[in-house]
Design a protein around this ligand. Structure first.
Ligand SMILES: [Zn+2]
Length: 662
């Protein structure tokens, strides 16, 4: 009977659905996804949960503003979040929505347990209330104005259920003492201990002034309030009342931003203690990515979106940057400048260059098969030793969530290999038997190092390392490689290399930043213009027009047609655009000048086949940017078939470049 694997359960926060994910949310989720992949490669049975927190007065308001029912609003939001994670290659095992029936039941069950054990009582909550927004303003004092609408607040008392948090001061402090690793990093622990030592007040956990929430059974109009609802999602994702059957609870780690650590290390364990349920093993609070030293937020207008970065540089580049640039747990600065710099230096010139150099030399000298190493020299052994010892170090760093240090160790080995190739110069060796043997040893060593590095970096760079893996002719899936079995020397000579592909094309910094920013603006504008929040990020702005009711085309006069200036152009150069699968960047001679024009034909035309071709060009179209690339004019094409395949307009007879079409 196969031995049951050890389980590992980890979670991202259950994100609030009043907006769409930015780089801050992406960071937590990428960390979680990295650990999920890493633990799988260490042989664990892993479950990762993420999800959306869909209740509360803010959702009520946003739905009202959008003119749709709350249920529809949150369904759109949840879909947008899920779609983005999918698009970014982050596949959580569980996606909880707090409006799911299984979650509703779990919250009601947890409440029942707390109540049966005597930790819940009915009381009165008095606070400052805005009657226009229908909401209490936490921490406001009598006489203050509403921070949302500016109107005067009123003191209001309502009946609430309270949770006896005050009873858990000692149990919590005991728990922290017995489980010194529960709160991470260490610096956050002191902050929490001090807070709990200062005394805990009972907590209001229901509201009667909010409509959009989970009802307290038999106690309507009471609904559960924020944290009692949202935190329970971690448990409802893996079985709720039946958690023992699934065998995943308690969580091994909850990843959270530092702003919500108190709820996770004080409220959440107290709720679970009251219900006599097992407590999570660890809560890890990370810092924020700051833009110009300020926290990223929608209201400050300084958010960085993940999608444009992934489009331009690939998702692996963003993942690498986030985990490499800051020490996990601390705040870090986000700038496009350092993102692109890291991309070029570490990925394009580092891993990418090593992989393409090694593969090209094996291709050229050994017909694309991994050569058999001959007698080793001291420098070969030194590199082997360095790679072998990196394995141990990297695993240890990952175990401690020291992602930056793990990547540093891996890139240290890549740099050593680079230096090794530069010193050994396999390309300068001849074809004598001795030279061939030496060449074989060097290239085998370099390829073996790449294999080790790909496996070690896979949790952080899942796509590109899988490409290197295939390039090295490895047929097993990299996800299923067990890191514990990874050893120097396992690369089998004679293995046929896979097809080579560009991993990280070098980019020009200014241009890359401009294009990322322009794509981000497009996304932000279409998000704010769209009537429904969810339709904005998933679909390009143009679909709004495409789905509008059909209109009968109006006839135009000849003078209108005369406004369109079309000329014969000849394509001089054509190239693909990194980050835009459908676009080709063309330079076109229109007789009077050479124009740069982008055309959405990349999926149907090879760039090389277009050089010299004569096309019809609209030359007086206002310049615009497509995916951040300037396009000055338009190449005319027929749109064919249901998928709208473009077929370039052309001429059967030879025509002069620059001739006007009439
Ligand atoms: Zn107000």
């Amino acid at each position: 009977m196969p031995e049951r694997k050890e389980k590992f359960y980890l979670t991202t926060p259950i994100y609030y659905t009043n907006g769409l994910p930015h780089v801050g949310h992406t960071y937590t989720t990428v960390v979680c996804d990295t650990v999920r992949r890493y633990k799988r490669m260490r042989g664990y049975d892993v479950v990762m949960t993420t999800g959306t927190d869909e209740h509360g007065v803010n959702v009520e308001r946003a739905a009202k503003k959008a003119g749709i029912p709350e249920s529809e609003f949150v369904a759109n939001m949840a879909e947008a979040w899920r779609a983005l994670w999918d698009e970014l290659g982050i596949a959580a095992d569980e996606f909880v929505r707090t409006t799911d029936i299984k979650h509703v039941r779990a919250v009601q069950w947890l409440f029942k347990l707390c109540k049966e054990n005597g930790y819940v009582y009915k009381g009165h909550y008095t606070g400052q209330y805005c009657i226009y927004d229908n909401a209490f303003v936490n921490d406001a004092k009598p006489g203050e104005n509403c921070p949302d609408c500016g109107r005067p607040l009123e003191t209001l008392t309502e009946q609430n259920y309270f949770f006896k948090l005050s009873a858990f001061q000692k149990p919590l402090l005991d728990f922290y003492r017995k489980n010194p690793d529960f709160i991470q990093p260490e610096s956050r622990k002191n902050e929490i201990v001090t807070f709990v030592e200062g005394g805990l007040k009972d907590l209001s956990i229901t509201r009667t002034t909010i409509r959009w929430g989970i009802p307290v059974p038999g106690e309507e109009p009471h609904v559960f309030y924020v944290w009692f609802d949202a935190l329970t999602a971690y448990l409802s994702a893996v079985g709720g009342p039946d958690y023992e059957k699934r065998g995943m609870w308690p969580a091994d780690v909850h990843f959270v931003g530092k702003d919500i650590i108190r709820f996770h290390t004080v409220y959440w364990p107290a709720f679970l203690m009251a219900a006599m349920l097992p407590l999570p093993k660890q809560v890890w609070a990370h810092g924020w990515f700051l833009m110009d030293a300020a926290k990223m937020s929608k209201s400050k207008g300084n958010v960085v979106l993940p999608r444009p970065i992934a489009n331009m540089l690939g998702m692996d580049a963003l993942r690498y940057f986030m985990l490499r640039e800051v020490v996990f747990g601390q705040d870090g600065n986000f700038s496009y400048d350092s993102l692109v710099t890291r991309y070029n230096s570490d990925l394009a010139n580092g891993l990418g260059n090593l992989a393409s150099r090694t593969a090209a030399l094996i291709e050229k000298n050994f017909a694309g098969r991994v050569p058999k190493p001959a007698e080793r020299q001291a420098q070969d052994d030194a590199l082997a030793k360095e790679a072998q010892s990196a394995i141990g170090e990297v695993l240890e760093r990952f175990d401690k969530m020291e992602f930056a240090r793990a990547l540093e160790a891996i890139w240290g080995v890549i740099a050593a290999a680079d230096k090794y190739l530069t010193t050994e110069q396999p390309w300068a060796l001849g074809t004598s038997e001795a030279d061939l043997e030496r060449k074989a040893t060097i290239l085998w060593t370099s390829a073996e190092l790449l294999r080790i590095v790909s496996a070690l970096a896979h949790p952080v760079l899942p796509d590109s390392t899988a490409k290197v893996w295939t390039l090295l002719g490895q047929t097993t899936s990299l996800d299923s490689v067990e890191l514990d079995g990874l050893r120097w020397g396992q690369l089998v000579p004679g293995t046929a290399l896979g097809k080579s592909q560009t991993l990280f094309p070098r980019v020009e910094k200014t241009e890359a930043i401009e294009r990322i920013e322009s794509m981000a603006n497009e996304e932000l504008n279409s998000a704010s213009a769209a009537p429904k929040p969810a339709s904005a990020p998933a679909a390009p702005a143009t679909t709004a027009a495409a789905t509008a009711a059909p209109v009968v085309p109006e006839k135009i006069g000849i003078e209108d047609f005369a406004k369109v200036e079309m000329r014969v152009g000849q394509i001089k150069t054509a190239e693909r655009i990194v980050g835009a699968d459908k676009l080709l960047k063309l330079t076109v001679d229109i007789g009077t000048e050479i124009r740069q024009i982008c055309a959405g034909i990349a999926q149907y035309y090879e760039p090389e086949a277009l050089i010299g071709r004569k096309v019809a060009v609209v030359v007086n179209l206002a310049p615009r940017k497509l995916r951040g690339v300037e396009s000055n004019g338009m190449v005319v094409a027929a749109s064919v078939g249901p998928e709208g395949r473009p077929v370039l307009a052309g001429f059967l007879e030879d025509v002069e470049v620059g001739a006007r079409l009439k």
